[in-house]
Design a binder for this molecule. Structure first.
Ligand code: SF4
Ligand code: SF4
Length: 304
């Protein structure tokens, strides 16, 4: 697996795409991945409208919070999406990525185009939902069986991890039905043979360049994320009940605290360490929340 595995889901509102993405993140966490994300992109917020969801799965904490532009795996919940516009669905898909499609039969297979070395898997999630009556508010929850297909194709998560995630997400009466759908899909997912004519050059992502994962403030573009002015309504330090205290032993000088402080109350000393300006620090705790190394504690401000 790459350092970070990225997934993009394609489906329609009401097919359980967002729920499945969330369950995948919980399952990955259950499997021991320290960095997991589930991000919905709902667009028009209408049932039947095209939606996407994204997952990131990593052994280490993830600092990137954008949409997924260059996925390692694309999961197509609604088969009409691949037949209507194959290239939109596979945009940015990595050269040796996974394309996992819900489709009945093999009719759709000749129309698939993927970058070289991609692995294509199919599963009939629609029939599984029909057979089990897996519906929510009148629509088949096609994305649930796709979790089983994802597990089978990528080998990244186990059925055990998925069960634990499903148990923590649904009332007990719904757990078995959803798990049955996932298991059925797991065992019926098939790898498809792709002919050389079906390989195409990678389709560029919708953003020209992948936004790098920021590990240090020097990775930031030379444009300030925000430009707060220090205590624009006076010494905002008066507002504070709790104060941030920086542990220099843990601090890596990434300066996320400097970047996120809404009062510009974090200065940088000559050694590159952040220092709090308590005249203006209002004790909001944003720096504490954003510090990726947990190097900031919030303690009661005894002077108050
Ligand atoms: S205190 Fe935390 S956020 Fe601030 S520079 Fe140090 S490690 Fe980074
Ligand atoms: S608590 Fe942190 S983020 Fe909030 S004002 Fe103080 S230094 Fe800035």
């Amino acid at each position: 697996m790459h350092e970070m595995f990225e997934v993009r889901w394609h489906g329609r509102g009401g097919q359980g795409v967002v729920t499945a993405s969330r369950i995948l993140a919980i399952a990955a966490f259950n499997e021991g991945f320290a960095g997991v994300q589930s991000i919905p992109w709902i667009g028009a917020e209408r049932r039947g409208a095209q939606i996407e969801a994204y997952n990131r799965i990593s052994r280490t904490p993830i600092l990137l919070h954008s949409q997924v532009y260059s996925p390692d795996a694309v999961v197509v919940v609604d088969p009409s999406m691949i037949t209507r516009n194959n290239n939109v669905v596979i945009r940015g898909l990595k050269k040796s990525g996974f394309l996992i499609i819900n489709t009945a039969g093999t009719k759709v297979i000749p129309s698939i185009r993927v970058p070289e070395e991609c692995l294509v898997y199919v599963v009939d999630a629609t029939s599984i939902c029909l057979e089990l009556g897996l519906q929510a508010a009148g629509l088949y929850v096609l994305a649930m069986p796709m979790l089983g297909a994802f597990a089978k194709a990528t080998g990244l998560i186990s059925l055990k991890g998925l069960r634990k995630a499903v148990e923590s997400s649904f009332e007990s009466v719904l757990v078995e039905k959803n798990m049955k759908a996932i298991e059925k899909a797991y065992y019926s997912t098939l790898k498809v043979h792709i002919t050389p004519e079906q390989y195409i050059p990678p389709v560029p992502p919708s953003r020209p360049e992948r936004i790098p994962e920021f590990r240090h403030w020097t990775d930031l573009p030379p444009v300030p994320v925000s430009t707060p002015s220090k205590g624009s309504i006076g010494k905002t330090g008066d507002w504070r009940t709790h104060m941030p205290v920086i542990d220099k032993e843990k601090c890596t000088k990434c300066l996320f605290c400097w970047m996120y402080c809404p009062e510009a109350a974090v200065n940088v000393n000559e050694e590159g360490f952040p220092e709090i300006d308590y005249d203006y620090c209002k004790g909001c705790g944003v720096c504490f929340n954003e510090c990726p190394r947990k190097a900031i504690r919030m303690v009661v401000d005894e002077k108050k």
